[in-house]
Design a protein. Structure first.
Length: 128
């Protein structure tokens, strides 16, 4: 019997997607892969549009606690908080998301300007 080569689906979680001028956009993806290395290509199951993984986002206030996948390129985000309580709440929320396989990434569209929609299913069609 030949083992299944069906790719694992990756779910777009973000309700808000942040565009970074000429760099791509930040969003949350949910998956159980061992990482999404830079250059991995994700394709929408619905539309067929593709995006390239540019980097995984790490947050400075929890960077030592975040999981880092195999081969992932990293960008560190500096976060400012008005209180220690806000910083602690943010840390708890981000780590709770990671425990559910939700991670933040910088993606770039390939030959289009669209962003994936919340709930859209993607599959990895090329990994570096």
């Amino acid at each position: 019997m030949i083992p299944s080569t069906k790719p694992e689906l990756i779910t777009v979680i973000s309700k808000k997607i942040f565009r970074l001028q000429s760099r791509g956009f930040l969003l949350e993806l949910q998956h159980t892969l061992s990482g999404l290395p830079k250059g991995s290509v994700l394709q929408s199951v619905e539309s067929g549009l593709c995006w390239s993984v540019e980097a995984r986002i790490l947050f400075d206030h929890i960077k030592d606690q975040q999981k880092i996948g195999k081969g992932e390129s990293l960008i560190h985000m500096i976060s400012k908080f008005t209180s220690e309580e806000d910083q602690h709440k943010s840390a708890q929320e981000l780590l709770a998301q990671e425990s559910q396989g939700i991670y933040q990434y910088l993606l770039k569209a390939i030959d289009h300007q669209a962003v994936p929609l919340p709930g859209e299913m993607l599959r990895s069609v090329q990994q570096k």
